[in-house]
Every structure is written in C-alpha cells, then in structure tokens.
Design a protein around this ligand. Structure first.
Ligand code: HEC
Ligand code: HEC
Ligand code: HEC
Ligand code: HEC
Ligand code: HEC
Ligand code: HEC
Length: 470
C-alpha cells in the first residue's frame, strides 16, 4: 500500500522533471523574438500583392537582427522584434511590427544610429522584458523612455535652436522652465548656482540606486523619481528644503530636460550642434534664474514653512530706500551665512560683478527717489548693556534671543558676518528707526513705537555683538 504510494510519487516527480527540461529546451530553441519574426513573415505572405512578392516573403529568414554601432559603443537588437520599423507596408500594423512613425528613421538610419540612442533600453537583450529594461529585476538603469520624456535624447546631438523647430519642443520648453523657475538658486550647473542642493551635472546618468525610491509611486525609475520629486519634494525626500511649485505638465517638461544632464558624450561625427550666439541675459532673467525660487516677487516678506525662516521682501520700497547699491552688493556677494541665502560672488555661487550689477539694477527699479533720513550713528556714545535690555523685550520675540532668526521666528538673521561686519551700523539704525512698512518689522523710532534715537543706537551697538558662533 505504502510502497505503491511512493512509487507513484516517484513517477510523478520524474514526469514533472521531464516536462521542465522540455520546456527549457523549447524556450532556448524558440526565443521570444523568433515568434515575432515568424508572425511578421506570415503577415507579409498574407498581404503580398502578387506571387513574386509572396515568394520573396516566404524566403525571409528568421534570424538574429543586430546592429553593431562602434561609434556609439553599443549593439542594438531591438529589430529582432521591431522588425517592420523601416517597412512602409507596415504603416498600419501594430507594434512591434509597425513602421516607425515620423521621419525619425529617415533622418537617423538604423544602421548608423540604432534605437537605444533615442529610446534607451538594453540593446543586447533578446527578450522583451530585458530589452525594455523595465522592472527592478532586469537590473537595467535606463529602461525605454515614455514618449513624453524621449526628447531629452535629441539634445545629445542637436542644439536647442534646431530642436525648437524640428521635433524637440518639449526639451526646449523644459530648458526654459529650468531658467525661469530658479532652479539654479539652489543648484550649481557647470559650477554656477546656489549651494542649498547638490550640483546637477550628470544627474541624468546616475544609476537608479542613486535615488531614494522608497516613496516613489509606481515604476521605480529615474524619470518617475524626478517627476514625483518635482511635484512634491517632501513626499519623496522628507524634510527636503527644495522650494518649487510646479504643475504636472511642468514637472514632465523639467524631467525631460534634467535627463539631458549626462556624463556620456556621443562622438563628434554624430553631433549637429550649430553655433548659436550667446543670448544676452538681462537683470530680470538673472533674477528668475537665481533668486525667484526663494524671493518670489520680492514684494512680500514671508515666513516660509519649507526653509523654516523668513524670506525678506527685497524689492520693498521701504527696504530699498535705506539700502543703497553698495549695501546690496555686499549682501548679495557675501550672502548670509547661517541661512539659506548663498554668497553669490564669483568665487562662491559664480556670478560675475557685471551680473550682480544687473541684478541690483533690476531689484532697485522701484527705489523711491528720496533716500532715508540720516541717523548719524557715529555721533552717539552707545551702551550695549542698555541695548541688550531693550533688545530682549522689543526684538527677541521676532529675531530670537541670540539674533539668529530661523525656526518659528519672524525676524531675519542678525548674527551673520555681513550684518556684523560689512553693513554700516547707520543702515541698521535707520532700519530699526523706520522699520520696513509692508513687512512685520515695525518702526521703533519716535514716530513709531517711541524709542529715542539714543535707545536705538544702544540696541544697534548690542546687535553688533551678536556675532555668529563658530
Ligand atoms: C522580444 C521582442 C522585443 C524586443 C527585443 C524589443 N521589443 Fe520593444 N516592443 C515589443 C512589443 C511586443 C511591443 C508592444 C507593446 C508591448 O507588448 O509592450 C513593444 C513596444 C515597444 C515600444 C512602444 C512602447 C509604448 O509605450 O507604446 C517601444 C518604444 C519599444 N518597444 C522600443 C524597443 C527598443 C528600443 C528595443 C531595443 C532595446 C526593443 N523595443 C526591443 C517587443 C520587443
Ligand atoms: C532619432 C531618435 C529615434 C530613433 C533613432 C528611433 N526612434 Fe523610435 N521613436 C522616436 C520618437 C521621438 C518616438 C515617438 C513618436 C511620436 O511621438 O510621434 C518613437 C516611437 C517609437 C515607437 C512607438 C510606435 C510608433 O512608431 O509610433 C516604437 C515601437 C519605436 N519608436 C521603436 C524604435 C526602434 C525599434 C528603433 C530602432 C530601429 C527606433 N525606434 C529608433 C525616436 C527615435
Ligand atoms: C546620436 C545623435 C543624434 C540623436 C540622438 C538625434 N539626432 Fe537628429 N540628427 C543627427 C544627425 C547626425 C543628423 C543628420 C544630419 C545630416 O544628415 O546632415 C540628424 C538629422 C536630424 C534631422 C534632419 C535634419 C534637419 O536638420 O532637418 C532632424 C529633424 C532631427 N535630426 C531631429 C532629431 C530629433 C527630434 C531627435 C530626438 C528625438 C534627434 N534628432 C536625435 C544626430 C542625432
Ligand atoms: C530652495 C532651494 C531649491 C530650489 C529652488 C530647487 N531645489 Fe532641487 N533640491 C534642493 C535640495 C535641498 C535638494 C536635496 C533634497 C532633496 O532631494 O529634495 C534638492 C534635490 C534636487 C534633485 C536631486 C539631486 C540629487 O543629486 O539628489 C534634483 C534633480 C533637483 N533638486 C532638481 C531641481 C530643479 C530642476 C529645480 C527647479 C525647478 C530645483 N531643483 C529647485 C533645493 C532646491
Ligand atoms: C535658497 C533661497 C534663496 C535664494 C535662492 C536667494 N535668497 Fe536672498 N535671502 C534668502 C533668505 C532666507 C534671506 C534672509 C536671510 C536671513 O535670515 O538673514 C535672504 C536675504 C536676502 C537679502 C537681504 C535682505 C535684507 O533684508 O537685508 C538680499 C538683498 C537678498 N537675499 C538678495 C538675493 C538675490 C539678489 C538673490 C539671487 C541672486 C537671492 N537673494 C537668492 C534666501 C534666498
Ligand atoms: C514683529 C516682528 C519683528 C520685531 C518685533 C522686530 N523685527 Fe526686525 N525684522 C523683522 C522682519 C520680518 C524683518 C525682515 C523684513 C523684510 O525686509 O522683509 C526684519 C528686519 C530687521 C533688520 C534688517 C536686517 C538686514 O540685514 O537687512 C534689522 C536690523 C532688524 N530687523 C532689527 C530689529 C531690532 C533691533 C528690533 C527690536 C528693536 C526688531 N528688529 C524687531 C521682524 C521684526
């Protein structure tokens, strides 16, 4: 009884084993692509117009299709399945038999360009999953791109002027958004830009493992990470200080553009970059490129929940009235250590003196004609001790006990080296006396909250002892 049971078990496992071997051999002998090529041949035979064409179709061999691209250092076998891409008879067929849409292959013949230079994917692979490179288990970092991102590839070889008119509209729009949304306010590219985020050079060539994928919804790909991170940085990287507000469409366009930041370069003979004279960049464009992400219109002083500090209104007439060009130049060049405001000078964020001057001209275009009334700080004998008493009661509430501003405090940072050493105490005293109308900073002078000039001078002398530790 028992032995019969074991016997049948043995027999069964033997059968299962044979079935496995057969299946494996069958798979080996009939790779996925052979099936597509056979189907393709059937289609051609069936649709042939005459006997000659039919005979020609019958003679088509089912064989490995591969394009060896020495210059591009790759081997593409996509045409193993996408066998009809250059056959006009396949205009209405379904993918993978379909003739390629547009003039793409006419302009870029497959034997010279292959497919992966535009589409990505794993050229050598012979089954669909591996070739398309989708899914973490394919271990391929550059899966075929959704069409909405594919135009990043064109920029490897073409300039933006050409692409604007010839099939690269999306990457052109992405490039423009990158300039206008202030990305370089926090990111360097080619050594120029702010330093709150990392330099973006080469980011499009990073392996998938570089990106923290934990919170990404759907496919774990670079393009999905980028898009979802633009739409909501803190959903992907908790506590991120990236301050962007983008629509779904803008996020897609920027994804397309950022993927052009590669570490690889195609050989010269593949490139068609025309010389385009450098665009003249005016103050407004510079402001958008480097400042707008944080300062927005420059007209509002807001406590920002992302940066966890107040971003001052730098185009507010009450500020400009008091801040002359020299003061602005110092602040912009040196930044404000201890806050997110970068030093923009050429040895730090990389702006030239000429560019900083253009920015100043732009920021000050609504400066009132009349300058602030002089305070005469130098004429006062000051008492910082008395100043501290007043500061603790009148100012600490907003600027913090130690003057650092920051989390939860409305006032800006008074401890950084610029306020401490570079700015004229005269400027600080006038600010305290007159306040900044249109912002929370109140006027403390006699016409405002009623402190005497002596009190104000004392406070300023105390403020100037609040140097940043370290
Ligand atoms: C083993 C067969 C096979 C290979 C090899 C293959 N593909 Fe495909 N491909 C298909 C099939 C089948 C489809 C139709 C859609 C589907 O089933 O996913 C397709 C669809 C596509 C699409 C359209 C996707 C869409 O969203 O409409 C693109 C683009 C593509 N393949 C590119 C490539 C590239 C590039 C390669 C080479 C790296 C490649 N394929 C290799 C079989 C293959
Ligand atoms: C010069 C860049 C470029 C090259 C090279 C290229 N493609 Fe495409 N391909 C595109 C673009 C762009 C689209 C999107 C078409 C559109 O939106 O009109 C596309 C679309 C497709 C599609 C979707 C079906 C269709 O035609 O609409 C498939 C499949 C495809 N390509 C496969 C291939 C294969 C296989 C090769 C290699 C023989 C290849 N492509 C080479 C740029 C390219
Ligand atoms: C690997 C480099 C490379 C890539 C990637 C590439 N091209 Fe090209 N492209 C070329 C070269 C080289 C030519 C041929 C120019 C010639 O024959 O003089 C060309 C020709 C063209 C032409 C026809 C010539 C013209 O100026 O009218 C167009 C249009 C074009 N490409 C658009 C695109 C678009 C759109 C993409 C992205 C979907 C793209 N190319 C991707 C290198 C590339
Ligand atoms: C206010 C500053 C700020 C602005 C403006 C900003 N970013 Fe960021 N960005 C950051 C910070 C901080 C990080 C690191 C934390 C994170 O990944 O979210 C970051 C991360 C990134 C990353 C991932 C980089 C890497 O190597 O991990 C990319 C890509 C990126 N930003 C692109 C952009 C683009 C494109 C824009 C313009 C639309 C932009 N950023 C605007 C601050 C900023
Ligand atoms: C990453 C965000 C960010 C970017 C980008 C940025 N700033 Fe600022 N900026 C700040 C913050 C925050 C402060 C306030 C710092 C403090 O608390 O002292 C500030 C302060 C200033 C001040 C001082 C205002 C005052 O009341 O004294 C000026 C002027 C200024 N920024 C100009 C610029 C210019 C010009 C650019 C572009 C070249 C720029 N900022 C880019 C965040 C930024
Ligand atoms: C109700 C909150 C509040 C109080 C109280 C307050 N401040 Fe301010 N202060 C601010 C804000 C907000 C700014 C930035 C305004 C802007 O330009 O957007 C500021 C700006 C300043 C500046 C300009 C710094 C610079 O680098 O341009 C100085 C100096 C200053 N405050 C000193 C003081 C002193 C001293 C006191 C107390 C006598 C005081 N503040 C009280 C909110 C306050």
């Amino acid at each position: 009884m028992l032995s019969r049971f074991y016997l049948s078990l043995l027999l069964l496992s033997g059968l299962v084993f044979i079935a496995f071997i057969t299946l494996a051999t069958y798979r080996e002998l009939t790779p996925e692509w052979k099936k597509y090529q056979a189907e393709y041949r059937e289609m051609l035979i069936k649709n042939a117009k005459d006997e000659a064409a039919r005979e020609k179709a019958r003679r088509i061999k089912i064989e490995q299709q591969q394009i060896y691209l020495a210059g591009l250092k790759r081997v593409d076998r996509c045409m193993n399945c996408h066998i009809g891409v250059d056959n006009p008879l396949m205009a209405d067929a379904k993918v993978p038999f379909k003739q390629h849409s547009g003039d793409y292959l006419k302009n870029h013949p497959p034997d010279k360009f292959g497919c992966t230079i535009c589409h990505n994917g794993q050229g050598r692979a012979t089954n669909k999953k591996e070739a398309h490179g989708k899914g973490r288990d394919t271990h391929w970092d550059f899966p075929i791109l959704p069409f909405k991102y594919i135009q990043n590839s064109c920029a490897q070889c073409h300039d933006y002027e050409t692409l604007r008119h010839k099939g690269g509209e999306m990457v052109v729009k992405g490039e423009r958004l990158f300039r206008e949304k202030g990305c370089k306010g926090c990111h360097k590219v080619n050594g120029i830009g702010g330093d709150l985020g990392k330099a973006l050079d080469g980011i499009g060539s990073q392996p998938i493992a570089y990106f923290p994928m934990r919170h990404v919804v759907g496919e774990q790909t670079t393009y999905n990470w980028l898009k979802q991170h633009y739409l909501d940085p803190r959903a992907i990287v908790p506590d991120s200080e990236m301050r962007v507000f983008l629509t779904e469409e803008e996020s897609d366009l920027l994804t397309t553009y950022i993927l052009t930041f590669r570490t690889t370069e195609v050989p010269r003979e593949y490139r068609r970059i025309r010389y385009v004279p450098e665009r003249r960049v005016d103050g407004e464009s510079l402001y958008k490129m480097y400042c707008i992400a944080c300062h927005s219109t420059g007209k509002v002083s807001v406590y920002d929940e992302i940066l966890k500090r107040t971003i001052p209104a730098i185009m507010n007439p009450a500020f400009l009235k008091n801040a002359d060009d020299g003061t602005l130049r110092k602040i912009i060049k040196e930044g404000r250590k201890g806050t997110q405001m970068t030093a923009w000078k050429s040895t730090a964020a990389g702006l030239t003196d000429g560019e900083i001057n253009k920015l100043i001209r732009y920021i000050t275009r609504e400066r009132p004609d009349e300058a602030a009334e002089p305070f005469g700080f130098a004429e006062f004998k000051t008492d910082p001790k008395h100043g501290k008493e007043l500061y603790d009661v009148r100012c600490a509430l907003c600027h913090g006990e130690k003057g650092k501003g920051g989390k939860g405090a409305l006032g800006i940072n008074l401890t950084n080296p610029v306020v401490q050493k570079e700015l004229d105490p005269e400027f600080l005293a006038r600010t305290v006396r007159d306040g900044r109308s249109g912002t929370p900073m109140p006027p403390f002078g006699e016409e405002g909250l009623g402190l005497s000039d002596q009190d104000i001078a004392d406070i300023v002398s105390y403020v100037r002892t609040l140097a940043q530790k370290k």
